[in-house]
Ligand binder design. Structure first.
Ligand code: EPZ
Length: 424
């Protein structure tokens, strides 16, 4: 199993190119199930979660076109899928359990074929993560849903447009139901939707496929369902969480970093907090520059749905706070178990006390390198940051978590002057 070795304490300086967004790419690739025509996607990040998505799609009968090359960040998909023998298209447990986002195939399969069988994803390291809001939305569109043998079995003759008010602005539920409503009869009005940039990107891809959709990025999305959709060419947006992670690296290391290929408005809630922590932040049309001004200052954060502070940046921000002047309080409101990086950061000398969903971080003058174990994707990123900020050597073990969501992270950090290498 690969590890990462870091010799910390260097100020990072320079520019880094941000990859396409993982969490935008996953639903957008899955949306190719809505049409039998060819869909061409660009700026697809070359990541483990993308390879898993392609495996799920290929299991469902989607073919990968000749122009597909993840090394060149391109994928061409054609879902000219014949009806299966029992009418069900199935996403099996073995694939879904490795990546929960596979559950997003439910909406498009059901809408297009009238039947779908998708394994229940089960819990994961950061929380229970049920899919009740997804199922509620699909039922409102007329699906009959049964849970049998660990599978969601969904049936509908033809989905019917409906008004759906989500109990919570869930990212996945909004995406699943948007895709289902695309092939439903008549108009759907989705309320209390997630407003994340990844939702906006999915709407753009669906629009490129010929769908009439409006309101994405606000809490109400209106969709005029169609009998069929066209193929599309679509470029994925930049990854705001990867960008935020590199900005945190620039600030915590006492350097100056420019992240290229990212719209600053996607990260506004995070940029304001970096400024509160003492950084100078320059917002350019398609890039962001962060410059540290000495040691960071303690800053409280509360994670919230977009446009609030993203839960996917909580662990990385906490690592910056471990070396800040003063005490900060970090409140995690989205997932119930997203402090798993805390005991590992403590191994570097961080002082953090957890009470319920609050973590109190007493900033230290410095951290000292140590061997660490990565537990989930963003936790892993926070440990790499810890290693960069600490004196001496840090080894981060189990970095397959990191490979699920960061493209060539160690190469990109080395490009900014970090002393970091992957040990195979
Ligand atoms: C997406 O997960 C992202 N994943 C997550 O990124 C991100 O942390 C999360 O949104 C919040 O921003 C992808 O886009 C693939 P939710 P998702 O549905 O869609 C509860 C990363 O590190 N909930 O908005 O699963 C749920 O348990 C990852 O890249 C229900 O109770 O998030 C959670 O507490 C991790 N019932 C909260 O809502 C439901 O039916 C938010 O979940 C659905 C969700």
């Amino acid at each position: 199993m690969d590890k990462i070795r870091i010799r910390g304490g260097k100020a990072l300086r320079g520019k880094v190119e941000i990859s396409g967004s993982k969490n935008a790419a996953l639903p957008v690739l899955i949306a190719s199930l809505l049409t039998e025509k060819k869909c061409h996607f660009r700026r697809v990040p070359n990541l483990q979660d993308i390879r898993t998505t392609l495996k799920v799609l290929s299991h469902l009968g989607v073919s990968l076109g000749s122009e597909s090359s993840l090394n060149q960040n391109q994928v061409e998909l054609t879902a000219a899928i014949p009806a299966s023998s029992d009418g069900f298209h199935e996403a099996p447990y073995d694939l879904v359990r490795t990546m929960r986002a596979s559950v997003l195939v439910l909406g498009p399969l059901l809408a297009r074929f009238g039947r779908a069988k998708v394994s229940l994803p089960g819990g994961c390291a950061i929380g229970a993560r049920p899919i009740n809001y997804h199922l509620f939305g699909l039922e409102r569109l007329g699906a009959e849903i049964a849970l049998e043998g660990g599978y969601v079995i969904a049936r509908a003759k033809k989905l019917q447009g409906a008004k759906i008010v989500f109990e919570f602005p869930s990212v996945g539920a909004t995406e699943n139901v948007m895709m289902a409503a695309a092939l439903a009869r008549g108009e759907s009005i989705l309320e209390n939707c997630a407003r994340e940039p990844e939702i906006v990107d999915l709407a753009r891809a669906l629009r490129a496929m010929g769908l009439q959709i409006e309101g994405e990025g606000t809490e109400t999305i209106r969709i005029q369902g169609r009998d069929s959709l066209n193929g599309c060419t679509h470029e994925i947006i930049g990854d705001r969480i990867e960008a935020g992670t590199f900005l945190a690296a620039g600030l915590g290391s006492g350097g100056s970093v420019e992240v290229m290929g990212i719209a600053p408005e996607f990260l506004e809630a995070v940029l304001v907090k970096f400024e509160e922590a003492g950084a100078t932040v320059e917002r350019k049309p398609d890039s962001i520059v962060i410059t540290a001004n000495g040691r960071p200052k303690a800053t409280d954060i509360i994670t919230q749905p977009y446009p609030g502070f993203p839960t996917d940046m909580q662990a990385q921000f906490m690592t910056v706070m471990t070396i800040a002047e003063g005490t900060s309080v970090i409140t995690e409101n989205i997932f119930e178990n997203r402090f798993m990086h805390v005991p590992e950061l403590s191994r570097l000398g961080a002082e953090i006390t957890i009470r319920g969903n609050n973590a109190m971080v007493r900033g230290q003058a410095g951290l000292v390198g140590a061997p660490l174990m990565a537990t989930d994707l963003r936790a892993s990123a926070s440990l790499v940051l810890g290693g960069l900020f600490a004196r001496g050597e840090t080894i981060v073990n189990r970095i397959y978590h990191l490979d699920r969501g960061y493209e060539r992270m160690e190469e990109k950090l080395a490009g900014l002057g970090a002393d970091i290498e992957r040990i195979r």
